[in-house]
Design a protein around this ligand. Structure first.
Ligand code: PEP
Ligand code: MN
Length: 334
């Protein structure tokens, strides 16, 4: 249930509502908005009787929240959330592009790709130091050394860094060096890891699992937000279907669905969806046309020799082309 406060409700009145909710045995989370503050009740297994709450000073109305997720639901917060990282806004007026190699391989490679994506206008650099690979024999990433390289990339270029944590151990290190902590598709339902990233001070990029519904993605986001971290960026990266023409099937319909159901920003990863570099630009166009708040794209200075995901990594000139497309579409869909 959502307790909507009157426009002129005081902080003390909001506090009194939270206290009453606690007395009832639940938790109240205050959601300040542009128009009014609301208090969301969480922890209830059954519908709550709002009679006592309605009688409190400053309370305008109580609204039942019909979805299983509460804090990430648009019912709870009608305004779209903008996640601010430095001077970059995800979910704001402009689509944001995060770009870089699948994995950090060497300092030279990481720096070369970073300079390229920066020159083309990207603001955020992606690159895995800890890689969750399907095969235990594939390149697993440079680990801590990779994080140190990313730190030097940030210092040299001013790009913000998004990189993945694969478990609680890597999270401790990633949290220190990343500007955004990525939780990969394989970990979307690792609930203990979700709770841990819910307690960090950095924003989280949460990728949809291959076999997860939109509701399951939003429930995973709820795990993070309920622990206190409200800076969550969702990512559609393709799901498993019978189609075998692409590595995964990009679920473009998830974008308007998520926009309707949740206030969180959603970006699209056309690289892991396509699995082939030639399809990345067409899928990126579709994603922006469908309302995505940005893209995360794999780019490599030498894709044929990449240690992971070379087949889907854009060549430098293709990335330049993609950035031109994004600039043009920005005008079209503004
Ligand atoms: C990645 O972004 O490098 C990655 C492993 O993606 P996903 O978790 O979507 O497979
Ligand atoms: Mn990859």
């Amino acid at each position: 249930m959502l307790v909507v406060m009157k426009k002129d409700a005081t902080d003390a009145q909001v506090r009194a509502v939270m206290d009453e909710i606690e007395k009832m045995g639940y938790r109240g989370v205050s959601m300040p908005g542009a128009q009014r503050t609301a208090v969301c009740i969480i922890g209830n297994q059954h519908p709550v009787d709002g009679t006592t709450l309605l009688a409190l000073d400053g309370v305008k109305e109580t609204i039942p929240v019909s979805r299983p997720y509460k804090l990430v639901s648009r019912e709870t917060r009608p305004e779209s959330t903008v996640v601010r990282i430095g001077d970059v806004e995800v979910g704001g007026a402009e689509p944001v592009v995060m770009a870089g190699p699948c994995a950090v391989e060497t300092e030279e490679q990481a720096m070369a790709v970073a300079r390229l994506v920066k020159r083309c206008g990207a603001r955020i650099y992606r690159g895995g130091a800890f890689k969750p690979r399907t095969s235990p024999y594939s390149f697993q990433g440079l680990g801590l050394d990779g994080l140190m390289i990313l730190d030097r990339v940030r210092k040299a270029t001013g790009l913000l860094i998004v990189t993945e944590a694969i478990d609680s151990e890597s999270l401790q290190a990633v949290e220190q060096y990343a500007d955004i902590v990525q939780i990969g598709a394989r970990n979307m339902q690792n609930y203990s890891l979700l709770r841990l990233v819910g307690r960090i001070s950095k924003p989280v990029l949460l990728k949809r699992a291959f076999a997860a519904t939109v509701d399951e993605l939003l429930m995973a986001a709820e795990y993070i937000v309920t622990e206190g971290n409200s800076r969550v960026i969702l990512c559609e990266r393709g799901i498993r279907t019978f189609s075998d023409n692409t590595r995964n099937t990009l679920d473009l319909g998830a974008i308007p669905a998520i926009k309707e159901l949740s206030h969180l920003p959603i970006i699209v990863d056309p690289s892991h969806a396509a699995g082939r570099r030639d399809y990345v630009i067409p899928l990126a166009k579709g994603a922006l046309a469908a309302g995505a708040d940005g893209l995360i794209v794999e780019v490599h200075n030498d894709p044929p020799h990449a240690l992971s995901d070379g087949v889907q990594s854009l060549y430098p000139r293709q990335f330049e082309e993609l950035m031109g497309v994004v600039a043009r579409l920005k005008q079209t869909f503004r």
